[in-house]
Design a protein around this ligand. Structure first.
Ligand code: ATP
Ligand code: MG
Length: 400
């Protein structure tokens, strides 16, 4: 499947493959086909890795030439390979698969879908973005709710799953309260209209008050997120945002198993030792097969009332982290007292007008148009799988 060429070809009869080919392949395991929920390496989409000097050429085969994910996969491949420290140039050559290759990929995707991913109540077309960070208090929850609101203002239906079971803060930040009701034995998320769109929220905060929640400890922790994904009426969502607890623990791993197509948005503050967090996040993504879709820098500059801007915590951390992960920097959110105040008041800044709302609106635009656009196109891989399965089901029904 792969081949490598080094600047010094091995003597005739003695195969000495360039070990850097394996390194490239290993890093390509971070590139996931978000529709098929598997790495492009395991799906057999990487046809060849060729190394010449410090230049790398990757040949990628897509299920169909007009796949709407083409640009994303190309960019991911380029970004991840370029992040290897010895790489100087990256060329990505994209071709489309022949019928036989496509059948093999579909077989693998179907097998994996059956093997790995349990049924969830999240529709197949929903883009699932989990907001993660290496450490606590960097603004994951604030980013989640404001991004959710900004996406809803664009007209999307957005689910927000508060996966911070014990430290839940989404209800407070959104100013939503109430009890989750059950319909046919499943939880109904609380709903709020935002502009032309809709936000649907599930959180432990709607299930128990904080004192009660502590008593549930251990009993439900491992099951809570699973129940939020499986035993809930999410309905037809465009996006599902998942507010993760800090760190890289069980919840993240469980998510990788339950909903392997989840993509991570890693939140960082400028001063964080970028390399360390990057390594942790990337490692987690690799082990859990979660693709990192982008980096969001929070608490970057502070502009005082006189208009002077201070980089209180230094600058460039988000950019550095994004670069070392080989993914785009989705946005930078300034340090601003309004953000904290609005959170306390339960009126997210993204819901109103103003500078901060514009920052989140711009981030929502980047996500919707570039980083994680909805997959609408007919004929792309997931649609293919669905159609094949439907045809098989019809055939079986007719035969039976
Ligand atoms: N850009 C910002 N400017 C000012 N304050 C902010 C900003 N972002 C977040 N905050 C404040 O920082 C605190 C932590 O934010 P938040 O709760 O969103 O972080 P978190 O990463 O979800 O934390 P945890 O790891 O505890 O879940 C909150 O008080 C919040 O209002
Ligand atoms: Mg939080």
């Amino acid at each position: 499947m792969t081949s490598g060429s080094s600047p010094h070809p091995p003597p005739v009869g003695e195969a000495r493959p360039d070990p850097r080919v394996d390194e490239v392949l290993e890093c390509l395991r971070s590139v996931i086909d978000p529709e098929l929920g598997d790495t492009i390496v395991d799906l057999g989409m990487v046809r060849a890795v060729t190394i010449s000097g410090d230049d790398v050429t990757v040949d990628v085969a897509l299920t169909i030439a007009a796949c709407p994910l083409r640009a994303q996969i190309e960019r991911d491949v380029r970004g991840h390979v370029a992040a290897l420290d010895w790489v100087r140039g990256v060329e990505v050559r994209v071709a489309s698969m022949d019928a036989e290759e496509r059948a093999a990929v579909m077989a693998r995707a179907r097998w994996k879908a059956r093997e790995d991913a349990p049924e969830t109540a999240v529709p197949a077309r929903t883009r699932v973005l989990a907001i993660a960070s290496g450490k606590g208090g960097v603004g994951k929850s604030s980013v989640t709710v404001n991004l959710g609101v900004a996406l809803a203002r664009r007209g999307f239906t957005v689910g927000i799953l508060d996966a911070d079971i014990w430290g839940f803060s989404v209800p407070r930040l959104l100013g939503m309260e109430g009890d989750v009701e059950a319909r046919q034995g499943k939880m109904v998320p609380l709903e709020q209209t935002v502009g032309a769109g809709l936000v649907r929220v599930l959180s432990m905060g709607f299930l128990a008050d904080e004192e009660q929640a502590i008593m549930w400890r251990g009993l439900v922790l491992n099951r809570a997120v699973q129940q939020f994904l499986q035993d809930a009426h999410w309905g037809d969502l465009d996006y599902l945002l998942i507010d993760l607890p800090p760190g890289t623990g069980d919840i993240q791993m469980g998510l990788a198993r339950l909903l392997p197509r989840t993509e991570l948005l890693v939140v960082t503050t400028p001063p964080v030792a970028a390399q360390k967090v990057a390594a942790r996040a990337a490692d987690m993504a690799r082990r859990g097969y979660l693709r990192v879709a982008g980096v969001i820098e929070n608490m970057s500059d502070f502009t005082c009332e006189h208009g002077t801007t201070y980089a209180l915590f230094g600058s460039g951390g988000g950019e550095r982290l994004a670069h070392s992960l080989g993914v785009p920097l989705v946005g930078s959110i300034p340090l601003h007292p309004d953000l904290a105040a609005a959170g306390d008041a339960g009126t997210p800044v993204a819901a109103a007008g103003g500078e901060l709302a514009d920052v989140f609106a711009e981030m929502a635009r980047t996500i919707a148009e570039d980083v994680a656009p909805l997959i609408e196109a007919e004929g792309c891989s997931a649609r293919l799988v669905q159609r094949v399965e439907a045809a098989v089901a019809r055939g079986e029904a007719e035969a039976g």
